[in-house]
Design a protein around this ligand. Structure first.
Ligand SMILES: [Zn+2]
Length: 535
């Protein structure tokens, strides 16, 4: 064991024999030394090994026996951070880590839970584990992870391409469904990043936030990206007003704003590229001012708040996609110019595009018409600050990815979320058919409740009955748009179920490597179809 101590203290690479030695040492800890590590460590993640000041840090994983107590907390705490050195290191080498257990023997070994406080401590010990602003990065891919265990697969896909991943990304609504906080979301991504040894930098997105209060919670959780959802400050009803109503409301706006709208927009044409012209009648210019005035003012307030709170290291995404009608190019142009005028630093902007971007299935709509309009949105972005065009509900839109990649010139944010959940269900369908059947049965009874939260057009009656499908064919449900949507919208109910939740985590823990590889392949398909450069 002294040889191992020496290697650790000299920060030498662990060859295979030494790795096995370390593994044996950890696995052979007596229960008195380490009740956790002493029983059932099955894997040390080699990519996680990181030295600092003669101390070796890494992540270890327990076997499935740990779950057979049926304890939810154990199922989700199936990995642990271990710290080892020849002798107990100085406190400064351990930062603010809260150690759970320490062995007095040589080499000294301690463990720490993969908890929120320890993730924060890790940010300080290894700054590359902390989320960063990706404002300078051209292509960013939002990889929402509802379960908190998909990061390894996400990283393996992102590593293949010239893209930057946003590995932590949740909305308040999604968190509420499954009982997570922004702190949990960032911590889960942090452990995934450390486990995979990913040092290229990643983003964290407080998604669809509507208030300064919610933004502060996300900032407090070290999320540098804020997606500001303007739904509640935009006034879509103004689109239906007649000109007299618009005139009355317009007259109440701030005078400098009014005069700018009258001189810069009313009766003006804007040329985008060589072939596109957008013009505003006086009435339409006033309508835009009334519709978007409060939203623009709020965007400025949020921008200033972010600037002050972060010292400028933030990625602001403006989201106007949660509306019932597509964003007219003229309205996008108005918003973009007015945000610029107010000094709002737009990292990305999400219009609502034509057609249907339903969750976890391909684009529904007229693809040539999508291409025509999408090109105009890209031109507006390019000529008004060259912010990234953001595509929400972006997962599985395979038929339009080539257009999205080409027209944005890869200056783009693609936001995905539910698809990583469905890939988890796919993993279970392949490797744990009995559990898949329980989840499917639950979803069949639960989806009517879930439908109150989601707009989808699935035909649930067309889903083949479960008893007509053999285990080997269960994966076909994940290729069926109707079943995909049923499984997608039911995630909140499934994860709140007291028996399904621990069973699902235990299964995905057991098939962790399979899940990571399924995710990797799925995201390579996404990013590849966009046309990203392989590295
Ligand atoms: Zn959205």
């Amino acid at each position: 064991m002294n040889e191992l101590v020496q290697l650790i203290e000299n920060e030498q690479l662990l060859d295979e024999t030494t790795q096995q030695g370390l593994h044996r040492r950890l696995a052979a800890l007596s229960p008195a030394e380490s009740p956790r590590l002493g029983t059932g460590v099955v894997q040390i993640y080699l990519r996680s090994l990181a030295w600092q000041d003669g101390v070796l840090f890494g992540v270890a994983r327990y076997g499935l026996e740990a779950f057979e107590h049926g304890d939810d907390a154990v199922a989700e705490g199936a990995r642990v951070l271990f710290v080892t050195a020849g002798h107990r290191p100085a406190d400064t080498s351990l930062g603010a880590l809260r150690l759970a257990e320490q062995s007095p023997a040589q080499p000294w070994v301690a463990t720490a839970e993969l908890a929120v406080e320890n993730a924060r401590a890790l940010h300080d010990l290894f700054p590359w584990t902390r989320p960063v602003s990706l404002r300078e990065q051209t292509t960013t891919i939002g990889m929402g992870d509802r379960l908190g265990i998909a990061t390894a697969g996400h990283i393996r896909a992102a590593r293949q391409f010239d893209v930057s991943p946003v590995l932590a990304q949740q909305s308040v609504r999604e968190n509420d469904f499954i009982g997570r906080t922004f702190d949990d979301v960032v911590a889960d991504a942090t452990w995934g990043v450390f486990q995979e040894g990913y040092r290229n930098g990643y983003g964290a997105d407080g998604d669809h936030l509507k208030t300064i209060g919610a933004i502060d919670v996300a900032l407090g959780a070290s999320m540098p990206m804020i997606t500001l959802d303007l739904t509640e400050v935009m006034r879509p009803e103004v689109a239906e007003w007649d000109n007299t109503e618009v005139d009355t409301a317009f007259a109440e706006l701030d005078e400098t704003f009014r005069s700018r709208v009258e001189t810069e927009y009313a009766g003006q044409q804007f040329h985008l590229g060589s072939a596109v012209e957008i013009s505003f009648s006086a009435a339409e210019a006033k309508r835009c001012a009334v519709m978007y005035g409060p939203a623009l003012a709020f965007s400025r307030e949020v921008n200033d708040h972010l600037d002050a709170a972060t010292g400028g290291a933030y990625d602001l995404e403006i989201s106007i996609d949660e509306t019932t009608t597509p964003t007219l190019p003229a309205h996008h142009l108005f918003i973009a110019r007015e945000l610029n005028h107010r000094g709002v630093i737009v990292n990305s902007l999400a219009p609502r595009f034509i057609g249907d971007f339903q969750k976890a299935i391909d684009y529904i709509g007229d693809i040539p018409e999508f291409e025509t309009q999408f090109r105009v949105h890209c031109l507006i972005a390019r000529e008004n600050g060259h912010y990234k065009v953001s595509v929400h509900s972006g997962s599985d839109k395979f038929s339009v990815y080539p257009i999205v990649g080409r027209e944005t010139g890869m200056r783009l944010h693609l936001k995905t979320s539910g698809t990583s959940w469905l890939e988890a269900i796919k993993t279970i369908a392949i490797h744990d058919p009995a559990l898949y059947r329980r989840i499917h049965t639950f979803a069949v009874s639960y989806y009517p409740t879930a439908l109150t939260f989601y707009h989808i057009t699935a035909d649930f009656d067309a889903i083949p009955p479960l008893d007509s499908v053999s285990d080997a064919e269960l994966i076909q449900y994940l290729e069926d748009a109707n079943a995909r949507q049923m499984l997608h919208i039911s995630y909140g109910g499934i994860l709140q179920d007291k028996t399904l939740r621990p069973a699902l985590y235990a299964s995905l823990h057991h098939f962790e490597e399979e899940y990571a590889e399924i995710i990797r392949a799925h995201f390579e398909k996404h990013i590849g179809l966009l046309g990203a450069t392989r590295v």
